[in-house]
Design a binder for this molecule. Structure first.
Ligand code: ITT
Length: 182
């Protein structure tokens, strides 16, 4: 089976392609930016993005909206994760967290799949903590500041792909498409 993943983010595509291969699914990369409506939750944003994009693209596709939610920052950057990463970046997150004791955070990934007719969403979560310094050089985005146990995602490499938010969302999604489209 082949599926099309619409994303401008190479890290997201690389991880998803590896997970898909384990299901015997070939992922095609539609590398493009699309309009992301403002919204307070990722599910709503992912769903609306897919609905708008479905009028522009031919056939089935999926996209994924993800974000980092820091408890002590009341869920920031959350839906603004992409913008915050491009502006203040990991250094900015560490600075905002200076002297903060509660370091709990989670990553959330929401996949929106357009099956040619309707949009369906699937989500996955990974819980961890914000580190006190950047560590590791693998992965992408916020990986160097996201501690999962004793390692950051950027120190884990391939292990991240076994337990991540993206992994969990994709597992539910792939099981669904295999069940429903053979
Ligand atoms: P597309 O919308 O084109 O797919 P994007 O990078 O803008 O790409 P998002 O809008 O979903 O993606 O923004 C998510 C932000 O969170 C972005 O800055 C990512 O780098 C970061 N992010 C998402 N998943 C991550 C992960 O597994 N590890 C580290 N950072 C991640």
């Amino acid at each position: 089976m082949e599926l099309t993943f619409v994303t401008s983010n190479e890290g997201k595509f690389r991880e998803a392609a590896e997970i898909a291969a384990g299901y015997g699914i070939k992922l095609n990369w539609k590398k493009m930016k699309y309009l992301e409506p403002q919204g307070s939750n990722l599910e709503e944003i992912a769903r609306l993005s897919a609905e708008v994009l479905s009028r522009e693209l031919d056939g089935r596709f999926f996209l994924e909206d993800s974000g980092l939610f820091v408890e002590a920052l009341k869920g920031f950057p959350g839906p603004y994760s992409s913008y915050v990463f491009k502006t203040i970046g990991n250094e900015g997150i560490l600075r905002l967290m200076e002297g903060v004791e509660n370091r709990r955070a989670y990553f959330l990934a929401v996949i929106a799949y357009f099956d040619g007719k309707n949009v369906r969403t699937f989500s996955g979560k990974a819980e961890g903590e914000i580190s006190t310094e950047m560590r590791g050089s693998k992965g992408f985005g916020y990986d160097p500041v996201f501690l999962y146990g004793s390692k950051t995602f950027a120190e884990m490499g391939g292990e991240k792909n076994k337990i991540s938010h993206r992994r969990k969302a994709l597992e539910t999604f792939f099981s669904y498409v295999m069940r429903n489209q053979g």
